[in-house]
Design a protein around this ligand. Structure first.
Ligand code: AMP
Ligand code: ZN
Length: 501
């Protein structure tokens, strides 16, 4: 292989594609905002986490030592009406808040495993870092960027804007005038701010608020934006290389993170901001309330009016990787059916290549070796161009006709050397499994393959959770959906088992 191309990334902060140069040569520090664990992750969330998984994997492939921190948000992320998301989950399910957190963290991990993503290096929880959060609030106050009002502490956006007129709004592209007048969602009844744009970094808990900790200002809880400022810098340092999340987090979450870090330590947290784009359905943002959403479990079981069959997690992932992480992506039955066919062709091509790589005998250079090896190099070039998975996958699909032609005899045996075929086989297998995080589905076709076992484990776990919360509708829906797909579930005291009819 020729030398690895230079990695460039699109930095949302500067709105430019830039050469990626980590702070410490050979090492990358990356923070990605994790899920708020008050309900099951939806397939849009999954797209974002798959995108960052492939970014993580590509960095590892390029030889970097990576510290990848992805948090769990388990307090402080408020709904528009001011209620804490976790408290709402606890009320709805009649569970302890930490039971809710555990239940949906487990569910999130199951889904991530099903889609073949790697665990992060560190997965901090916000509630495990209350002391550090109190310390950062104090630092912000000591530097004059925070003020206390009735037990809550607010970030003083007016002062920040006065001191850093170019910075507030830079990431999200908002104008300072708009920012100053826009009201943030805050805890109900809190109107003690100097400016509508000031946001809470510590919130005094109301009497009915269950999640609360002692602090110098009140018994309360931290603000969501503050948590990420604290967890990222605790594990990666005041300044680190990459900060990621969906582009819906640019404002206010990430904009406020930058403000807090500037307020606490006078420095920008991240050097490169990477944002994924939204997964849409029927051309619109997914929304449960508008009956325009589909869950990972529904996609895997086929139990949804939006799709005509169950889809393998690798097919869903392949579908996602065929678009760039920064583009919107519309999920539909037609698109998934096409991905299903394309994925099968890819797996079959790789299997053929593996056989050829092992059996090819031609030890002399072939006239088409250079063409094949150039396509292999092109894959690296595309991956290094802001992690362009769709173009990298397209290069693999350009290689497949050479492989199939060689096998079918339309490309003569002396046109490709055994060495070129072996190199191609080894490299594509690495790209397929190590970088894209895919697994072949060919072995599953006879039924009962490893991946199916995995999917069934997840689906039955979800059904078990539904049964525990006495959500009989969902539990029956899953059982009936599986029956329609030819899978019978039997419930027993020890748990549920399944068989393919
Ligand atoms: P949340 O649990 O709501 O904080 O979201 C977890 C991650 O999923 C965040 O990075 C969001 O930006 C991202 N996200 C939310 N909705 C979508 C969507 N429809 N498509 C892609 N990513 C999303
Ligand atoms: Zn965050």
């Amino acid at each position: 292989m020729s030398t690895t191309p230079t990695l460039s990334v699109y930095n949302s902060l500067t709105r430019n594609k830039e050469e990626f140069k980590p702070l410490v040569e050979g090492q990358v520090s990356m923070y990605v905002c994790g899920p708020t664990v008050y309900s099951d992750v939806h397939i849009g969330n999954v797209r974002t986490f798959i995108s960052f998984d492939v970014i993580y994997r590509t960095l590892l492939y390029l030889g970097y030592k990576v510290r990848y921190v992805r948090n769990i948000t388990d307090v402080g992320h408020l709904l528009d009406d001011g209620e804490d998301r976790i408290s709402k989950g606890a009320r709805k399910l009649q569970l302890e808040p930490m039971e809710v957190v555990q239940k949906y963290t487990n569910g999130f991990h199951d889904v991530m495993r099903t889609f073949g993503t790697l665990p992060p290096s560190i997965e901090p929880r916000a509630t495990g870092h209350i002391i550090e959060q109190i310390e950062m609030v104090q630092a912000i106050m000591d530097n004059g960027y925070g003020y206390e009002s009735n037990g809550s502490v607010y970030f003083d956006t007016e002062k920040y804007i006065a001191d850093q007129p170019e910075l507030y709004g830079q990431l999200s592209g908002r104008k300072v005038d708009e920012l100053l007048t826009e009201t943030r969602s805050e805890l109900k009844g809190s109107s003690d701010k100097k400016n509508p744009s000031d946001f809470a970094i510590w919130m005094k808990a109301g009497e009915d608020h269950i999640m609360r900790w002692n602090s110098p200002w009140s018994e309360g809880f931290p603000g969501w934006h503050l948590e990420c400022s604290v967890m990222s810098t605790k594990y990666l340092g005041d300044t680190f290389d990459i900060h990621g999340g969906g582009n819906d987090l640019k404002f206010p979450h990430h904009e406020n993170e930058i403000a807090q870090n500037m307020g606490a330590c006078g420095c920008q947290p991240s050097r490169y901001w990477l944002h994924t784009n939204m997964l849409l359905m029927n051309g619109r943002k997914m929304s449960k309330s508008e009956d325009n959403s589909i869950s990972p479990a529904e996609l895997l079981s086929g139990d949804s009016k939006h799709i005509t069959q169950p889809y393998h997690p690798m097919v869903i992932k392949f579908f996602m990787l065929q678009s760039h992480y920064s583009s919107t992506l519309d999920i539909s039955d037609e698109a998934l059916l096409a991905a299903d066919k394309g994925y099968r062709r890819l797996c079959e091509g790789l299997k053929t290549l593996e056989g050829l790589g092992l059996s090819a005998k031609n030890q002399t250079p072939g006239a088409r070796d250079a063409e094949l090896l150039k396509l292999l190099d092109d894959i690296d070039t595309e991956l290094c161009d802001d992690f362009n998975t769709p173009k990298a996958v397209a290069k693999i699909f350009e290689i497949l006709p050479l492989i199939n032609g060689y096998k079918g005899g339309t490309i003569a045996a002396d046109q490709l050397s055994a060495d070129a075929l072996q190199q191609t086989s080894v490299k594509l297998q690495r790209i397929f499994s190590d970088v894209l995080g895919l697994q072949s589905t060919l072995d599953d076709q006879s039924g009962g393959g490893k991946a199916l076992d995995h999917v069934m484990e997840l689906v039955l776990d979800m059904r078990q959770s539904a049964r525990q919360s006495k959500d009989w509708d969902t539990s029956d829906k899953i059982r009936d959906g599986l029956a329609a797909a030819g899978i019978t579930v039997k419930d027993a005291k020890e748990g549920s088992t399944w068989t393919i009819n």
